[in-house]
Design a protein around this ligand. Sequence first.
Ligand code: NDP
Length: 307
Amino acid sequence: MNRHITSKLIDGKAAAARVLAEATLEVRKMKAIGIEPALAVVLVGHDPASQVYVRNKVLRAEECGIRSLEHRLPADTREAELLALIAELNADASVHGILVQLPLPAHIDEHRVLQAVNPLKDVDGFHAENVGGLSQGREVLTPCTPAGCLRLLQDSCGDISGKHAVVIGRSNIVGKPMAALLLKAHCSVTVVHSKSANLRELCRQADILVAAVGRPRLVDADWLKPGAVVIDVGINRVDEDGRSRLVGDVDFDSALPQVSAITPVPGGVGPMTIAYLMKNTLAAARLQQPAPSTLALRTEATCPSIS
Ligand code: NDP
């Protein structure tokens, strides 16, 4: 890769390594005062992609020194059984974070399950109390992917206040919390979606464009303001030239000459999602401590998603 491309690349792997190093250091500090951070991961069924995600999350946790507990339940688990397990994990003071891997089997009400997780242990930031808290600008656990995107932006652009950010996508997991975080970081925020009129024109006004759509290479140079910073959240599998590969929502080759910085796919946002899960587990552990140790451990540098 030539130097021109490298200078514009926002390297998610390197950024995630920095975040994980911060987390590892913080785990050591916690252990020194008698807190052993622990993350429980709950997987229902045998979805192959979910199995890989869970394995990676458990591995990263262990690398950081976070104790991980895996609960693998059969696909025909009843909702009541899953809720009972969550109640047990909520009550267990040695468990700081609870992650229920999505999607759940169709017979289980996902919303009811996510609402059952104690908001202080909700490391995905999906509980309504955390969602509401984020939109109020309060200190809450924040969804990992948007938190990782914000960190990539802040690391590569510095202060983003006053910038016009356009978010394509309004899902509860990425688009909406991303918009809330950008607003909290003092951007002017526009959210567009599948029903938006003048989509391309709106995107062309963006200083910062976050694409969270799930449509391979939807965004090309024509959608971008010269010098824009582009965060490509999309992960799309396509079959091309007889092989299967991952591409983003942005046509990377077309966009590159137009942008000042861009995340690649893979190697951009993806690694940050797991890294922020570790950060959130530590933030959850801090939130569950009595006031003195919480104060001792809470610093802006080690806890950017709780700010
Ligand atoms: P969803 O399908 O839940 O949401 C997609 C959003 O994109 C919706 O708001 C939808 O609009 C909008 N949309 C769909 N088509 C268009 C279009 N043609 N023009 C404009 N807007 C459109 O997806 P997610 O938010 O969960 O994920 C988005 C992408 O990010 C996926 O590729 C996913 O794999 C990836 N992802 C990556 C992660 C990572 O770690 N890197 C983590 C999570 C997701 P409407 O609301 O009107 O339907």
